[in-house]
Design a protein. Structure first.
Length: 321
């Protein structure tokens, strides 16, 4: 039987067959673009820039881009409120009553944009200040990064906690609360709501720090907590989706299967008692104690964290069957 090289007339060096078969775990990322390349240190070490999604925190959105566009969101949310009142929006009565006071104001989008702009300004100045602390003028600290178990989110951003990088001697002299991450700074100053998503839960020493800082920020009415009509960023994003879903129905179009509830997907756990709530019952848990689960992680989390479904969730499940 002729080998492939016999048909081509070429002499080919045959490599000995190997006995190692392995499929590496990993993920493909889209191109970061030519501007992401910062430098090439040596032949096999390019330096690139990439976005980082700070873990366990959620700051107000600036996706409106301008104050004028934020005013457009004001109108959309006010229209959504009317659809809720009319029973057109696919949302539970209880959750609607919780959210309506926040979106009937007529400035929910503008408030979100103003808070998001202020949060970004705080984070920029805070990072700059803390990287310069204890250093000679013009010499900044390097950055310490600790990634999550899942390294990237659906938008291909690195999931991480970020902090100034301290020497071993400094770490020995600085207690944990004196060297917080930038993530924790956002919580402590009230510019972010806790946004912990399973399985990326802070460790047993860090979680109490985050919860205490969040509790104090809420009680002191700092930043976003100053206004009782504040929409938390994840509520804002959900309502943007709910507006689009409801608009389709209001204009006489039919929803695709599952589309009516595509605007909310995450389950919520009360970290005080490990009670699991459905996607539209998250508001029954105080903001600082909400632990979020993606639907595909619910079964695993119930076993890992010893969760108990709420009576409302258990009732909904039994009716569904």
């Amino acid at each position: 039987m002729k080998t492939p090289e016999a048909y081509t007339g070429r002499t080919v060096a045959v490599t000995d067959p190997v006995q190692i078969m392995w499929t590496p775990a990993g993920m493909a990322m889209p191109s970061l673009g030519s501007r992401a390349l910062v430098d090439v240190h040596d032949g096999d070490t390019p330096y690139v820039k990439m976005p980082v999604r700070m873990l366990s925190v959620d700051t107000p959105e600036t996706t409106a881009d301008t104050a004028e566009q934020a005013e457009r969101v004001d109108k959309e949310f006010k229209q959504l409120a009317a659809w809720m009142r009319e029973g057109i929006a696919p949302i539970s009565d209880d959750l609607a009553e919780f959210l309506l006071p926040k979106i009937e104001t007529g400035h929910a989008g503008s408030l979100q944009f103003a808070q998001g702009t202020a949060a970004a300004a705080f984070n920029t100045e805070n990072i700059k200040k803390r990287l310069a602390e204890g250093r000679k003028p013009g010499k900044e600290r390097s950055i310490f990064i600790r990634t999550a178990d899942d390294h990237f989110d659906d938008n291909n951003r690195l999931l991480a906690y970020i902090a100034p990088n301290y020497s071993k001697k400094e770490l020995a002299d600085l207690p944990r609360e004196k060297r917080p991450t930038f993530n924790l700074d956002l919580i402590a100053e009230g510019w972010a709501a806790p946004f912990i998503i399973y399985p990326s839960i802070p460790g047993e020493l860090d979680l109490p720090l985050l919860l205490r800082a969040a509790d104090k920020a809420v009680k002191d009415k700092k930043a976003i907590w100053k206004d009782s009509k504040t929409l938390l960023a994840y509520e804002y994003r959900a309502l943007e989706k709910l507006h689009d879903v409801t608009k389709k129905k209001a204009e006489g179009h039919e929803w695709e299967p599952g589309e009516a509830f595509s605007w909310r997907t995450r389950y919520c756990v009360d970290m005080r008692n490990r009670e699991l709530h459905g996607p539209e019952d998250y508001f029954r848990v105080p903001p600082i104690y909400r632990l979020w689960l993606w639907p595909q992680d619910v079964k695993e989390a119930i076993g890992q964290l010893n969760l108990t479904p709420s009576r409302r969730l258990a009732g909904a499940d039994s009716r569904a069957h």
